[in-house]
Design a protein around this ligand. Structure first.
Ligand SMILES: [Zn+2]
Length: 398
């Protein structure tokens, strides 16, 4: 499946039964009292107990055999370039490998690793539109990739954002990775983008690689992007007082990334919890990056924040699913009727210290991925990348 452009949606009826633990992705109600999901046309049709649901005439039946199930994970921060290749580490099939880490949706923070990327306005617009088209048409393993995220440069005017929106662009790449590094100019352009329905994010912290620069709390707050991109640095974090200043100074999304400072990640988590605003916490990898590709990056963030940040595992899963879906207005990320049937089957790893999936994650172990579905279609069986899970789902009728 690694090389297919799998854009189809399951048209039939699918029943998933014997789910051992159903994680909803909803931070207000993270565990559902249910063991069965019915899917029609690639969307969730019903969730409940097997005895209460209409499961007749299903074209596909999956027996979860007691495995847990969560919404497919969402990586809020990636830098794709072309197909399933990244020039950052000259690596192939990193997207397919990430699918094996339970991720079903990726959001581009800019195609900035493109060799020789254009910095002139017509060029950067053309590149963004090309990326949006390419990643819509070509989905490695079926991965949903929201790409085409232009990085703002000095001289852009309101008409540029109107043109981009009209051409199908819905995201800005990280503010600060281009020539606009001051809060005043960024704020104007971010407002223009928002006016035309384009979401924005910003590079927070010190320079990531030679050529990028510092974006501090004052610039982040003035720019007022929808998401505070890698608030824990990418990789160099701001001082704690500036992180707190951002958390308290706005109500925007607080994105924590794998390719960042882990202590700053935990500081952000604690601050958001003290404020009673854990619904603002979302997860990304910032991969591919200088530190490489992390196919298990989102699972690793969930385990790290749960185990070291003392967050129940079912809440940590919400950071990488429902929180992001709501903030990014995606139709996936939550187990509820009408949402896309994007699922990851997760269970405790073999020979782990945890007796259950949730305990394993709270002990800092990675769960095993037994299957990944996108739009109601099985995209992978047992993951080639995670530790093997104890309970593995099985297609029993198709
Ligand atoms: Zn960055």
């Amino acid at each position: 499946m690694a090389h297919g452009a799998l854009t189809t949606v399951s048209s039939g009826k699918l029943v998933i039964k014997n789910i051992g633990l159903l994680l909803s992705g909803d931070i207000g109600n993270p565990i559902l009292d249910a063991d069965t999901i019915v899917v029609r046309g690639g969307r969730i049709d019903a969730v409940g107990r097997l005895k209460d649901l209409d499961i007749d005439q299903a074209s596909t039946v999956i027996n979860a055999h007691g495995s847990g199930l969560a919404p497919g994970l969402i990586d809020s921060h990636v830098h794709p370039v072309a197909g399933d290749w990244t020039p950052r580490q000259s690596q192939l099939n990193w997207i397919d490998s990430t699918l094996h880490g339970g991720v079903t949706t990726m959001i581009s923070a800019g195609e900035v690793h493109t060799p020789g990327r254009p910095r002139d306005i017509i060029g950067l617009k053309a590149m963004a539109i090309t990326a949006q088209r390419c990643f819509t048409a070509y989905r490695p393993g079926g991965m949903k990739i929201h790409a085409g995220a232009p990085v703002i440069e000095p001289g852009m005017v309101e008409d540029d954002f109107r043109d981009l929106a009209a051409a199908g662009i819905t995201l800005l790449g990280e503010v600060g990775l281009g020539g606009v590094k001051d809060g005043t100019t960024a704020r104007q352009m971010v407002a223009w983008a928002r006016k035309y329905g384009i979401q924005s994010t910003i590079h927070t912290g010190g320079p990531s690689i030679p050529g990028s620069g510092l974006i501090d709390a004052a610039v982040v707050l003035e720019a007022d992007t929808d998401v505070v991109g890698h608030i824990n640095g990418g990789h160099t974090a701001l001082p704690d007082r500036e992180i707190r200043c951002i958390c308290e100074g706005c109500s925007r999304g607080l994105e924590i990334v794998h390719n960042g400072n882990e202590r700053a990640a935990l500081y952000t988590l604690r601050t958001a919890r003290e404020m009673g605003q854990l619904e603002r916490v979302i997860l990304g990898t910032d991969g591919p990056a200088g530190s490489g590709v992390q196919p298990l990056g989102i699972l690793r963030m969930i385990a790290m924040l749960s185990s070291l940040g003392d967050v129940p595992a079912e809440i940590a899963f919400c950071f990488g699913t429902g929180n992001t879906a709501r903030m990014r207005t995606l139709d996936c990320g939550l187990i509820e009727q009408g949402r896309a049937a994007d699922f990851v089957f997760v269970d405790r790893p073999q020979h782990g210290a945890g007796a259950t999936l949730l305990e394993a994650v709270q002990f800092g172990d990675l769960p095993g991925v037994g299957m990944v579905m996108i739009d109601g279609i099985v995209r992978t069986g047992r993951s080639r990348n995670t530790p093997p899970a104890v309970n593995i789902p099985e297609v029993v009728a198709a």
